[in-house]
Ligand binder design. Sequence first.
Ligand SMILES: Nc1ncnc2c1ncn2[C@@H]1O[C@H](COP(=O)(O)OP(=O)(O)OP(=O)(O)O)[C@@H](O)[C@H]1O
Ligand SMILES: [Mg+2]
Length: 315
Amino acid sequence: MIVTVTPNPSLDRTYEVPSLERGEVVRATGERMDPGGKGVNVSRAIAAAGRSTVAVLPLGGAPGALVADLLDAQGIEAAPVPVAGATRSNIALAEADGVLTKINAPGPELTAAEQELLLETVRQRSRGADWIACCGSLPRGLAPSWYADLVARAHTAGVRIALDTSGPALLAALRRGPDVVKPNAEELAEAVGRPLATVGDALKAAEELRGLGAGAVLASLGADGQLLVDATGAWFGSAPVDTVRSNVGAGDSSLAGFLIAGGSGPDALASAVAHGAAAVRLPGSVMPAPTDLDPAAVTVTPQVPVDRPLTEPVP
Ligand SMILES: Nc1ncnc2c1ncn2[C@@H]1O[C@H](COP(=O)(O)OP(=O)(O)OP(=O)(O)O)[C@@H](O)[C@H]1O
Ligand SMILES: [Mg+2]
């Protein structure tokens, strides 16, 4: 069982529009609503794999009630923590040529009592769980040390913890020794304060995050693949993708793939890469089912191609 935590979930509203004209009335040709947030995505991917998961998330107001309904309709078990502020609505404008413009709202500020209830709900729901996956940014009101507290509490309870966040929240949590962190190239560069030009630069940065306390680092490098660095060594995994339809949620799908394959070692890396590749072949943030995966296309090697330039270097 894998518990996911999404401290700042959203009601994602996507409007399909022919094209965007600033200052004009834009008529949508289609619209959809989805439960949003990175931990929610991880739960959706785990459920799509037929594995058990519960999504812990603060929900408030009418948008929060809608998120709960949408999760229920998708068969995702949720442990909502009622909060006074309304859950944010994030807007995505999808133009016919494939360009996606997103407007993300800040979300409600959680009171001290709500923050504690969130931690307590995670504690209750993670009894006997294999993993807790903490994903995404922190809402206003949560100190950058909030994930660090969660890591410490999870370890006291004997549960392993995976963390996908960035900035000060990531740096603070590293000191508490999360079992795995999953930065993308940008987040990795920000964490070490250096640009990344090659796979070797990413490897050095991932090793540095391990030095700061992470048990393992699963670094996702977009089209270039993924790196896994743990106490026993480093591996590089990749899979070719002919047609990329949407990379939204590819990192979340990868983390889910890593955890459902046990959450450590080269086989889990291969599963992460297979899930990432499958996710980018699917539209929007659709999460892959087992039939969407092509494990035979994945290569995992301990020979990290350190001199290979990144397709998208981070300046
Ligand atoms: N263009 C691509 N071609 C092939 N594979 C891709 C491509 N983009 C992403 N992937 C796969 O998906 C994984 C995750 O992508 P990425 O590094 O962009 O994650 P991310 O930025 O954390 O995404 P998100 O946070 O939106 O879920 C990559 O490591 C890779 O395995
Ligand atoms: Mg990500």
